[in-house]
Design a protein around this ligand. Sequence first.
Ligand code: MTE
Length: 448
Amino acid sequence: MLRRAPEHFLDADGIARVQAEAREGRRGFLRGAFASAMASAAGLAAAQTDPVSLAGGDPNILELPDHSRSLGQPVVTDGYGKPSRFEANLQRRQSPGLTQTRQSSVSFAPLQGLFGIVTPSGLHFERHHQGWWDIDPSKHRFMLNGSEPRMLKRAMVFTMDELMRLPSVSRFHFIECGANTGMEWGNVAVPTVQYSHGMLSCSEFTGVPLITLLEMAGVDWRHAKFALAEGADGSSMTRTIPVELIKSGEVLVAYGQNGEMLRPENGYPLRLVVPGVQGVSWVKWLRRVEVGDAPYASKDENVHYIDLMPDGTHRAYTSIQEVKSVITTPSGGQVLQDKGYYSITGLAWSGRGKVAKVDVSVDGGRNWRPARLQAPVMDKCLTRFSLDWSWNGQATLVMSRATDSSGQVQPSYRALRAVRGRRSIYHNNAIQTWLVQESGEVRNVQLS
Ligand code: MTE
């Protein structure tokens, strides 16, 4: 039996208490914060997870419930369906360790509570530099232009109707913020996988390949080497996209997410999808793409989203999200309540292609076993893996290590820090370790 991570069953007050305690004592908070918060929720948690052990028979079987004896609710009680009220605590949340302002806000997806590879649209992580807007699609325009006349035959402006009339494609891809796992560069900082890895989501995106639109505008590839994507929100989000990515047909001007229009928080009515590249380049509320012959060195690529190296220099334009994986069960904050069988499961991904292999260790990296990869395994998409495991009740360290189709292997913290140091924010793809204690409580730890 597994007791879920606190986010899954604590109410808003409980979460606030966990977060407050986490803020007060960065290093020692893990046990204290969860213990006190979980004590108040113990009744509920036990009710959710206790095995049936009733001498006189289980009333849940013997006594017919109302729902088996009377008429249920009619159709269209809710024109847009919602999750069960019993799942109400599975939510995207703000991290205990980050400043929470409207100018620079981020919420994390609850990876510990998700199945398969698709993130429900309402649980997709959010990262806004100037808040989000619900833009009227009838007034939204998308413009294509060149930095000079030789780049394009003509500048073009599209309405949403005009864009949605064109042939479209639908593809599954992950999006990961370059800052995902960024708080862990120095040391263990956050308690659960929601906050350590939750700036990660995966959807089926629908849109028009950007190459189709540029060719309609008569792009001249002899001159056009880079594109600049610009968002319509107050942050003036602008990012340079190399044309090789556009020419491959992978970059989409997307309006669809999981079979419906994008959610406002994710860029409704239009966003750029740049598979394999860090989330910041997936410009939301997309209003313009310009083609030019040089990188644009905008603020979000010259000042932010750069990698601080050990010698004090910064590395820019490191956009690809390298191969990475994380075990979501067992993971921080969960409690294994007895010995015996568990299905270790998690997610793997790579910005360079497909996941080729995931190895799992249950002894701190001494021995590794190949995990099962659940189909479908798609390009630049999350892949679900699992491994059968019998826990013997002793303290143990569980880890996963992914290899991608380009041959890249996810590094240990020691190997990554040897090259990148400890003071960076972005592009931390190190192997994650969870400590399963004898008590069954799972904690975030790092092996140096
Ligand atoms: N686009 C605009 N216009 N404004 C933004 O603040 N944030 C970027 C990117 N695109 C941002 C944006 C960042 S940093 C990330 S990680 C992704 O959007 C997050 O996308 P999401 O909110 O759909 O998860």
